[in-house]
Ligand binder design. Sequence first.
Ligand SMILES: Cc1cc2nc3c(=O)[nH]c(=O)nc-3n(C[C@H](O)[C@H](O)[C@H](O)COP(=O)(O)O)c2cc1C
Length: 375
Amino acid sequence: MADLSVTVNGLRFPNPFVIGSGPPGTNANVINKAFAEGWGGVIAKTISLEADKVTNVAPRYARMRAENSKEVIGWQNIELISDRSFETWLDEFKKIKDAWPEGILIASVMEECRRDAWIEIIERCQEVGVDAFELNFSCPHGLPERKMGAAMGENPDIVKEVSGWVMEVAKIPVWAKMTPNVTHIVDPGRAALRAGCDGLAAINTILSVMGVDLKTLRPMPTVEGYSVPGGYSCKAVRPIALRMVMELAHMSNDEFPGRTISGIGGVETGDDAAQFILLGAHTVQVCTGVMIHGYGMVKQMCDQLEAFMDTHGFEHIDDFRGASLPYFSTHADLVTRQAEAKAAAKARRAGMIEKDTQWEGDKFVEQSDKLVSND
Ligand SMILES: Cc1cc2nc3c(=O)[nH]c(=O)nc-3n(C[C@H](O)[C@H](O)[C@H](O)COP(=O)(O)O)c2cc1C
């Protein structure tokens, strides 16, 4: 039977399913619940040193539903990072690690562009025993006004500089979380890895306008009649996330062998996770899915991933990570391949080529095309 455990940057995850930073990791109570339900790891809601600068509004979520059902397919949020104090979080991190010493607890951190602030937040979090860091270079709304989050993540030079400050003091693995709101995600990704980060996480939410209320003519979600563009997530973003993970994996495998990727965006099933892993992800994060389906969804996802692995005879996650990457090519190459395939089919129809078959113990298996002499 398939073994779902995976070792990433020296950390052993019992399965590759990790709670993505957001409401499902918003305090110790829910993080404890996630570990109790069997999640492979938890990334806490993003924290900063000065939570009193963070003020949330309501409503801050808007949902996109499929036309013929009530199914939520897209989710927009204008939520900021945690508004709970840094001291509260340090206390809770320590208590969570005391309760779940084997659980992989990852602190998501975000700060202003000040070296001393980043060094303080990293040093104090690692003192209380968190297992790794995720650097939030990616929150697309609210915080960029303070030059934080995506304001950093869209600038490779700043990503490199800030990641460098973190790597000066980090004694545990560090992942840099990428914003999809850039033209080439590979550029900030490469900058983080050049600075020494152990891995990348992608994607955070996609900057979006959810819609306009046709009665009031106001954009949604509407707060006192006004709105701001927010972050889009859920299954609607999965194709974009898969594309970006694929691009990051190609770059990382070529230029930084041994670094890792955590795939995020619209994961709700084991099959979704399998696709991220086939495109190079080592772990897979779920945020909106947990808000919709609850923490217990991890059991079904594990069963589905196991079934996928059993079907293909994969014993370990490592057996199929990145297996689909070689099958991306250029459009010109697809044209050539298709022309060759058509020519071969035509030749076969004309009786010039037949499939070469080979006996493999109990059945004939088709091999390459074999040219049949007309003589
Ligand atoms: C309501 C909400 C709050 C979020 N807060 C954070 C956050 O504090 N830090 C962070 O790095 N990402 C945050 N995210 C982004 C998610 O971690 C994730 O990158 C994104 O939603 C895509 O994954 P999903 O489709 O599984 O939600 C948030 C997402 C949502 C929906």
